[in-house]
Design a protein around this ligand. Structure first.
Ligand SMILES: *Cc1c(COP(=O)(O)O)cnc(C)c1O
Length: 391
């Protein structure tokens, strides 16, 4: 079955459900067992699809999303949790013990860095951040106690790519697990498990849900790592609710066509921005000028709608604020992956320790939504007028 067909058909069985196309939303805490024997037998198979023991451990609604997403992203199985950050935490905690060491990419999502520095750090797990461009050089940073090598490509502010196959090869030689945050590619444009990743943790909040209304994380693993990760997701208690799972599954059905449009508009905006005299650099891996373009082209089949620009280092803060404050179509806010466009200033220098962020111009992150690209360009044009003091 090809990808578009899986997106439409996986995770549902109308014949088993009165012909109704979508799976029902099961609300459950208690799930009754008929007999002691049945209770005992179900408990032993608690993580099997189709086996239900308690609301926290999933329902048929959860199974539907998890089965569909695992099939689409090329993993063995998935589990839905309460947020993207919960997915990251549960994936990492599946492996860590006191005294362990984590290698984490320097451009990682800020709250994941915070989790390492301020949570697992307190329990005796040390984190070393590495240069996103390190490639096979990761081997020099791997220690005897290194358990996890963590990648996120491209980084969600600076869009730095990583040579994940080269990193994974060295990590596996040393017996480390490779965890990847694949939120940007949404499990579509990067098939992580074909590139050496063992465990993916993503914010389904972004493109899977796609409508800026639900928080959700998905953890997906290859076959080898499932038995380790699935109980970790359960023991932390950050399960997702059935209504949210249903909305995520609804989002998944249109994921590919939305993503393709986000990609098209994102590239259009990026190319237009590249020509602007106010812009120093456009950080979009699909542009040939991007330093990670060759890796992106080799490993990814597309680009989602999130990218950044760096303004030339000559604009006063108040002019930049005026540019951003006056946008008509771009909302200013965290998160992304919904149908609407976003714009936000960010400071990547504050979130790095292994490498120095050398650009001095203001970084502005843009999410290309599903509006007409000409309207989005016109709004940016007006924004540049304000930046230049004539708006
Ligand atoms: C938003 C985001 C997360 C966290 O997801 P939440 O659902 O907000 O917890 C993780 N990684 C990346 C790259 C993100 O953009």
């Amino acid at each position: 079955m090809k990808e578009d067909t899986k997106i439409v058909h996986k995770g549902r069985d109308p014949d088993a459900n009165h012909g109704i196309i979508n799976p029902p939303v099961y609300h459950a805490s208690t799930i009754a067992w008929g007999t002691v024997a049945e209770m005992e037998s179900r408990r032993g198979k608690r993580w099997e699809p189709g086996v239900y023991t308690y609301g926290r451990h999933g329902t048929p609604t959860h199974d539907a999303l998890e089965e569909a997403f695992a099939a689409v992203s090329g993993g063995y199985r998935s589990v839905a949790v309460a947020s993207g950050l919960a997915a990251i935490n549960a994936a990492m905690l599946a492996y860590l013990e006191q005294g362990d060491h984590v290698l984490m990419v320097d451009c990682v999502y800020g709250p994941a860095r915070n989790f390492c520095d301020n949570v697992i750090g307190r329990f005796g797990v040390e984190t070393t951040y590495f240069d996103p461009s390190i490639g096979a050089g990761i081997k020099d940073l791997i220690r005897d106690n290194t358990k996890i090598v963590y990648v996120e490509a491209p980084g969600s502010q600076t869009f730095e790519m990583q040579d994940i196959p080269a990193i994974a090869e060295e990590a596996h030689k040393a017996g480390c697990v490779v965890i990847c945050d694949d939120t940007w590619s949404a499990g579509i444009y990067f098939k992580a498990f074909e590139h050496g990743v063992d465990v993916c943790a993503m914010a389904a909040t972004k493109y899977i849900v796609g409508h800026s209304d639900v928080m959700m994380g998905l953890i997906t693993t290859n076959e080898e790592h499932w038995d380790r990760v699935r109980p970790s997701a359960a023991v932390l208690g950050a399960n997702s609710g059935p209504d949210d799972v249903y909305l995520a599954l609804r989002g998944l059905r249109t994921l590919k066509i939305r993503l393709d449009r986000h990609q098209e508009t994102g590239i259009k905006l990026a190319q237009w921005l590249q020509e602007r005299p106010e812009v120093d650099r456009v950080l979009h891996p699909a542009l040939p000028e991007h330093p990670g373009h060759d890796i992106w082209k080799r490993d990814f089949t597309g680009a989602s709608g999130l990218f950044s620009i760096i303004l030339k280092d000559e604009f006063e803060k108040e002019r930049i604020d005026a540019m951003l404050d006056g946008m008509e179509l771009y909302a200013m806010g965290a998160s992304w992956g919904g149908y609407e466009s976003l714009i936000m200033p960010a400071n990547p220098a504050a979130n790095r320790t292994a490498t120095e962020w050398k650009d001095h111009g203001q970084l502005i992150r843009i999410h290309a939504g599903l509006e007409d690209p000409d309207d989005l360009i016109e709004d940016l044009q007006q924004g540049f007028n304000r930046l230049n003091g004539n708006g």
